[in-house]
Write a protein that binds this ligand. Structure first.
Ligand SMILES: [Zn+2]
Length: 234
């Protein structure tokens, strides 16, 4: 474990300034994903560089920043969570959004939907039931990510936003892994079906948002290209 200096960056979740880093990728995944050394480095930062105080990694940092922006606020996520705060909205979290889950769970109008009880491609909620939908590194494990995003859009009210991350390799286009040897995220020995990778997203990731019928797409970086969150506006 090494301490890292994010050059004055503050944690977008808790406001702390101290960050730690551990590499997280393993050789089989690097080979299956066909990552170049520079890509290995930035994906390791995306998943393995984290706030010393709250544990939010760079992916969660980008997601928190995007969530705060989506409600027109500023500052760390923590400052938006109080009663009547900027994030006091009808918020659906699909699968735990990593270390953000305990924070989001404090919101009075928070709903958590978890696979396999709840499938992102068949959400058990009426049209327009939420103001915000949040998910993190879920769509790459979904057989049909466009259907998943379309469902997110359906359960959002007018002006609502779906805020999410997927791992993106910015120097290539999206690749469907159907027909390729199975590749799993999580950890080196993981073979759980819900960790199987269906899509490896690339620079065209934004097209998913419009294919799913959203009106507008916003990209929110944190330590780009390691951290990148997407706001899809209904
Ligand atoms: Zn933090």
């Amino acid at each position: 474990m090494t301490e890292t200096n994010l050059a004055g960056d503050r944690c977008h979740v808790c406001g702390d300034r101290r960050f730690l880093h551990d590499d997280v990728l393993w050789p089989d995944l690097i080979e299956a994903w066909q990552l170049a050394p520079a890509e290995v480095a930035y994906v390791n930062v995306q998943q393995g560089t984290r706030c010393e105080r709250c544990g939010a990694n760079v992916r969660a940092q980008a997601l928190a920043r995007a969530l705060v922006q989506a409600v027109g606020a500023s500052g760390p996520l923590e400052s938006c969570l109080g009663p009547g705060g900027s994030l006091d909205r009808r918020l659906l979290e699909i699968n735990e959004a990593g270390t953000l889950n305990p924070w989001l769970s404090r919101l009075p109008q928070h709903v958590l939907a978890r696979y396999p009880d709840c499938d992102i491609t068949q959400l058990p909620y009426p049209d327009g039931a939420f103001d915000l939908v949040v998910h993190s590194d879920t769509l790459e494990h979904v057989n049909d990510p466009r259907t998943g995003l379309r469902e997110c859009r359906r359960v959002l009210g007018p002006g609502g936003a779906c805020v999410f991350t997927v791992p993106v390799i910015v120097g290539r286009m999206t690749r469907d892994r159907r027909g390729l040897p199975p590749s799993y995220h999580g950890h080196a020995d993981c073979r759980a079906p819900d960790f199987l990778v269906h899509s490896e997203f690339g620079a065209d990731v934004w097209t998913l948002v419009f294919d799913a019928g959203f009106e507008r797409c916003e990209l929110v970086p944190f330590r780009y290209p390691s951290g990148l969150a997407i706001i899809a506006w209904r």
